[in-house]
Design a protein around this ligand. Structure first.
Ligand code: SAM
Length: 275
């Protein structure tokens, strides 16, 4: 215990342990949706409130979400092997290790305290850089623009913690600054946000969600076009058929209990294509 890395993170930053613990837990299964040995190493090396974050009920949903985003990025890299991926609000995400094709350029962006923790475990390389900044700043975009396009921006479990006007401003900036690129993000409806606030008030989670979006197609008004939109309980067919049997059996149940009104969606957008 004493050798573990201590953490001193803000309330929103601390939520990075939710998907991290979920990926570690999944990796220990016999037939996992994804393997993430680095996540196992990280949860064993960091002193964090395990009792709070190692709960099982949400971890299945969390890893399905991550696996859908991984699939979209692999497909982007098949088409653009030398392109650039930006992991917005990366936390202790290890996606690069899962999808690296040997030529991608990669940025992991997060707030300074998260990045300070991250630096204990990850080193920058020629193709992989860390950015200590808020997604709401603009300076980091200059650094990204120096890297070869096209670009894939992924924000997993991040934008929901930001106010709606800031989310809209950031997406509009990305749409203008990085044409013909991709943005993948998750959205949660107002009913889910009210439920999350009840959990936060009970102390189950540290941070309140701030942005609810009932219908991600409404974000097209910011200059984006929806390429694909899915739910974790009804993922696209190629993804579905690769899932372990236990997951395929579980998805209809998940759909009944959480996804019926499509309140939680994963959406892939394209930024404007120059004429
Ligand atoms: C739920 S965690 C998700 C972490 C990671 N995306 C994953 O799936 O493992 C939310 C992350 O968003 C980051 N975050 C929150 N506000 C941010 C901001 N304004 N700019 C950049 N990152 C932010 C937090 O520090 C945290 O790492």
């Amino acid at each position: 215990m004493t050798d573990k890395i201590p953490t001193r993170l803000g309330n929103v930053q601390e939520t990075l342990f939710i998907p991290l613990a979920a990926r570690a837990r999944e990796t220990r299964k016999k037939h996992p949706v994804l393997r993430d040995p680095k996540a196992v190493e990280l949860v064993e090396s960091i002193d964090f409130p395990r009792e709070k974050y190692e709960r099982s009920w949400g971890s299945v949903i969390m890893v399905l979400r991550t696996a859908v985003f991984d699939t979209w990025i692999r497909s982007f890299l098949q088409q653009h092997p030398h392109g650039t991926v930006v992991e917005i609000g990366t936390g202790l995400n290890t996606r690069f290790d899962r999808v690296d094709n040997g030529t991608v350029h990669w940025f992991d962006l997060d707030l300074p305290d998260t990045i300070a923790l991250r630096r204990h475990f990850f080193t920058d390389t020629e193709r992989r850089s860390t950015l200590a900044a808020s997604v709401l700043d603009e300076d980091w975009m200059d650094q990204v623009a120096d890297s070869p396009g096209p670009y894939f921006f992924v924000a997993e479990g991040v934008l929901v913690y930001l106010p709606e006007d800031e989310v809209h401003r950031t997406l509009t900036r990305l749409a203008h600054r990085f044409p013909d690129s991709s943005i993948a993000l998750d959205t949660y409806g107002h009913r889910m946000m009210r439920h999350q606030h009840q959990r936060a008030e009970k102390g189950d989670v540290t941070a309140h969600w701030q942005w609810a979006c009932d219908d991600p197609t409404t974000l097209e008004s910011l200059g984006l076009r929806v390429l694909e939109s899915t739910t974790v309980a009804r993922p696209p067919q190629p993804f579905h058929s690769q899932l372990p049997l236990t997951y395929r059996a579980l998805l209809p149940v998940l759909h009944r209990f959480m996804d019926r009104n499509d309140a939680f969606r994963l959406t892939l957008f394209q930024t404007p294509v120059p004429q």
